[in-house]
Design a binder for this molecule. Structure first.
Ligand code: PXP
Length: 253
């Protein structure tokens, strides 16, 4: 489905947790590469994986194999030196720079682009020079968006975790409003906007209706639904849901 400005609303499917299950037995199955293939065939525009510093799920070899197997790989990564080296060696189409703490269960907040600007600036240039699109995973906050733009990042991914985890309707509404406002600012600055984290089959609809957002990156909810209905059907259901919400939003506009 097309976004308001004519661009397509894309779905990136994160296959980390296929590797989580595999690593439980340190075997070969289930295979994140096969899952990536299936997700692409079911309508995913890109396959996402996070090479964490502790290698708890995705391994270096998975990244290499995914790069060869899928048409568009978005590698989530910290800015640690050895991870940057792997990214430059493998050359995915895109990297998404995220903050990383060893103890966390999943990425907990956005990158502090303001604080890290001296490290991020040269890194963004390096990736661009290598033909890799750098994206910054940030909270929906104006100072962070402006800093991302100043550093020359062409893409940002807005962290939807606070929206997804909001308990009351009021808090959810407030977080949704922050995401809408952030998307408008980022679009006015000429940035390409993605969003993700904690999105599922119930809460994705409202995010898919924000016209400036062009891509949603979703992992956990799709993989857990795949356990019941299979990967192909789980991805198709999410693709359909996003498309339907887009149509509704465009008709209402
Ligand atoms: N986007 C980014 C930058 C992430 O770090 C993650 C989690 O790996 C996701 C999207 C997907 O989040 P979830 O697995 O909760 O859908």
């Amino acid at each position: 489905m097309r976004a308001q400005d004519g661009r397509v609303m894309r779905l990136g499917v994160n296959v980390d947790h296929i590797a989580t299950i595999r690593q439980a037995r340190r075997g070969r199955h289930p295979d994140p590469i096969e899952a990536g293939h299936v997700a692409e065939r079911a309508g995913a525009s890109s396959i996402v994986c996070h090479l964490r510093e502790d290698r708890r799920h995705i391994q270096d070899e998975d990244v290499r194999k995914l790069r060869a197997a899928v048409s568009r790989l978005n590698l989530e990564m910290s800015i640690a030196r050895d991870i940057v080296a792997v990214a430059l060696e493998v050359g995915p189409q895109q990297v998404t720079l995220v903050p990383e703490r060893r103890q966390e269960l999943t990425t907990e907040g956005g990158l502090d682009v303001v604080k890290l600007r001296r490290r991020l600036g040269p890194l963004i240039e390096r990736f661009r020079g290598a033909g890799i699109i750098p994206s910054l995973f940030i909270n929906p906050v104006a100072t962070q968006i402006r800093a991302a733009r100043q550093l020359g990042a062409p893409v940002i991914e807005l962290h939807t975790g606070r929206y997804a985890e909001a308990i009351s309707a009021t808090a959810r509404g407030r977080e949704l409003a922050a995401l809408r406002k952030a998307s408008q600012l980022a679009a006015a600055l000429g940035l390409t906007i993605a969003a993700g984290h904690g999105l599922d089959y119930e809460n994705t609809g409202a995010i898919a209706q924000i016209p400036e957002i062009e891509e949603l990156n979703i992992g956990f909810s799709i993989i857990t639904r795949a356990l019941a209905v299979g990967m192909d059907e789980a991805v198709r259901q999410m693709v359909r849901l996003i498309a339907e919400q887009r149509v509704d939003a465009l008709q209402a506009a």
